[in-house]
Design a binder for this molecule. Structure first.
Ligand code: NAD
Length: 325
């Protein structure tokens, strides 16, 4: 079997680093060389890659996906790209959208250009998008064919990158595969996102801020299940196709808060209601029947187990998150 050369952008972040650790771990495909390209923004943490550092099949390059020279050199040596690098926090995009357009749109275009130039229709480009590109819905679930109606600057920038990638399939015949996943949770997530924010605050005995009426609904996807789905798409997905990835656990923020309080041994007196996020999407829900039928994807981690494991990780890894809070 020929060795696969995979360039993972944003591989020092929450999901990308778990992807790299899995690829090079005992359950990985075993025939891969992995290079991470990461700018190491506030969200990138080199420690996330400690378990694979020093392995001959692994290299790390600190650099920007918007830099055509660095990207061109790396893409010449890798005919597969799994593109995670992004500015990823909605609240930050409300405070200022510039970095989001830069990385999520321009960075994606730089990677696509390099891939087209170096590998034409032979390379494989897996673009990690988000369910937030669909907007918000009250009932039912979005199939991949639904129109995109992103509401936050973050979601709009992700939708732009997602559409640019698909346009490169239609225009140039490139092998582009897009995934649109639900909210992820698990270890190594920067403590600005709701689950690690609440866990780290509760572990410190502090109060947690709940947006608006707490009735916004999200579907929760464990990292392990997300990685399982990405690997199915990378190895068996079809060019030009979009695959929704869900976790199968829809919870309102109030329900989620209740579970986090229980896990940490606290009551509702620890909760502070705060002014809602501007333009806060009410509900996200993706229809996963395509990836289930075509690639056999099924989320395996029950939410209760995943949440307990995540709690235990934050409890036992203060040295990782304390400098970040
Ligand atoms: P993250 O913020 O934890 O990590 C992003 C990584 O990208 C960091 O390591 C950062 O240093 C790097 N990066 C940022 N700008 C860069 C640039 N210009 N050049 C190179 N590297 C850069 O994000 P995450 O939660 O791991 O998300 C990964 C991907 O998954 C993103 O594309 C995100 O939009 C998508 N996604 C995430 C979720 C979620 O729940 N976390 C849900 C849906 C989709």
């Amino acid at each position: 079997m020929t060795r696969q050369n995979i360039l993972v952008t944003g591989g020092a972040g929450f999901i990308g680093s778990h992807y790299v650790r899995t690829l090079l771990g005992p359950d990985g495909p075993g025939d891969v060389r992995v290079t991470v390209l990461d700018k190491l923004t506030y969200a990138g943490n080199p420690a996330n890659l400690d378990p694979v550092r020093g392995r001959p099949e692994f290299s790390f390059v600190q650099g920007d996906v918007c830099d055509p020279r660095t990207v061109g050199e790396l893409v010449a040596e890798h005919d597969q790209i799994v593109h995670f690098a992004a500015e990823s926090h909605v609240d930050r995009s409300i405070a200022g959208a510039g970095a989001f357009v830069h990385t999520n749109v321009l960075g994606t275009q730089v990677l696509l250009d390099a891939m087209l130039r170096q590998h034409g229709t032979d390379g494989t480009f897996v673009h990690i998008s988000t369910d937030e590109v669909y907007g918000s819905l009250d009932v039912g679930s979005w199939p991949e064919t639904d129109p995109l109606r992103p509401n936050s600057p973050y979601a709009a920038s992700k939708a732009s990158g997602d559409l640019l990638a698909l346009a490169h399939h239609r225009t140039h015949g490139m092998d582009i595969r897009v995934t649109r996943c639900a909210n992820n949770y698990g270890p190594h997530q920067f403590p600005e996102k709701v689950i690690p924010l609440f866990l780290t605050r509760l572990l410190d005995g502090r109060k947690v801020p709940l947006y608006g009426d707490g009735e916004n609904i999200r579907d929760w996807l464990h990292l392990d299940d997300h990685i399982q789905a990405i690997e199915l798409v990378r190895t068996r997905g079809r060019a030009g196709e979009i695959y929704n990835i869900g976790g199968g656990t829809e919870l309102s923020n109030k329900e989620l808060t209740d579970r986090l309080l229980t896990v940490c041994g606290y009551g509702w007196d620890r909760v502070e209601y705060v002014e809602d996020r501007k333009g806060h999407d009410r509900r996200y829900s993706v229809d996963c029947s395509k990836i289930t039928a075509e690639l056999g994807y099924r989320p395996r981690k029950p939410f209760e187990t995943g949440l307990l494991e995540t709690y235990a990780w934050y409890r036992d890894n203060r040295a990782w998150w304390e400098p970040l809070t």
